[in-house]
Design a protein. Structure first.
Ligand code: ADP
Ligand code: ADP
Length: 227
């Protein structure tokens, strides 16, 4: 079963009395374990597409499946469970909880999924912080970390529930070159060791070039798809 299968996807936003169509018939198949960059000008629909794939937003029409699960017409509760189990997120703004420690932030998706903390969560979160090179920052508050460190915590958090798909919306957009490269290298390493699939929106051609596949969006459609 493909990781992502999108057919004839449209998305309209209400704009006052008018309707703006921002996705205009997207066709996309992504295999499990692919590392895909999503490029295109601002306003071309990248975030909207990622939000729909992440079950954070409903499509207007078309079919959208992730790991065979239809995201169209499924009940909210089904989508929430599916998201918690199978999808990780990294956003441009890391969206960490500033007054919680790095470790607590990483653990958060497991608690969200299971409704409580389990005794294995701490060990799992520690391992993940180790993987992103932040063992020594485990008990720091998120607000005490640098931008690059925060984004690495966000990467660790995205992996907490061992998702098959991680959606990353401009994950390096706020970082300097060195931090951006380090975060990107992490995503590449995770992809090759765990087979986690990634969809990464970016304006950065250097970042995109390190992915296996580059999808270019323009005006609500996929304009080019290169491997
Ligand atoms: P990108 O990520 O490529 O910059 P977006 O998906 O954010 O593109 O935006 C696509 C278009 O949809 C833009 O014209 C944007 O202004 C519009 N848009 C995005 N989110 C909303 C919203 N919540 N309500 C109305 N219009 C929106
Ligand atoms: P499930 O509810 O699917 O049985 P869990 O919620 O316990 O599994 O964990 C989800 C995934 O996270 C597991 O498949 C496993 O890969 C990973 N995982 C959970 N806890 C640990 C841990 N302590 N060490 C390593 N991986 C873990």
């Amino acid at each position: 079963v493909p990781l992502v299968e999108v057919r004839d996807l449209t998305k309209d936003y209400a704009e006052g009395e008018n309707v703006a169509r921002v996705l205009k018939g997207v066709q996309l198949t992504v295999a499990q374990g692919e590392l895909v960059a999503l490029l295109g000008p601002s306003g071309s629909g990248k975030s909207t597409l990622l939000n729909i794939l992440g079950t954070l937003m409903r499509p207007t029409s078309g079919s959208v499946r992730v790991l065979g699960q239809s995201l169209v017409g499924a009940e909210d509760l089904v989508l929430t469970e599916f998201r918690n189990r199978h999808i990780g997120f990294v956003f441009q703004a890391h969206l960490l909880l500033p007054d919680f420690t790095a470790l607590e932030n990483v653990m958060f998706p497991a608690a969200a999924r299971h409704g409580r903390e389990r005794h294995t969560d701490r060990a799992r979160a520690s391992e993940l912080l180790d993987r992103v090179g932040l063992s020594d920052r485990r008990d720091y508050l998120a607000s005490q970390l640098s931008g690059g460190q925060k984004q690495r915590v966000a990467v660790a958090r995205s992996l907490m529930n061992a998702p098959e798909l991680v959606l990353a919306d401009e994950p390096t957009g706020n970082l300097d070159r060195e931090s951006a490269d380090r975060v990107m290298q992490l995503l590449i390493d995770i992809n090759s060791s765990d087979g986690t699939g990634f969809l990464i929106s970016t304006h950065d051609e250097n970042i995109a070039a390190r992915c296996q596949r580059q999808i270019y969006m323009a005006d609500g459609r996929i304009a080019d798809d290169r491997r």
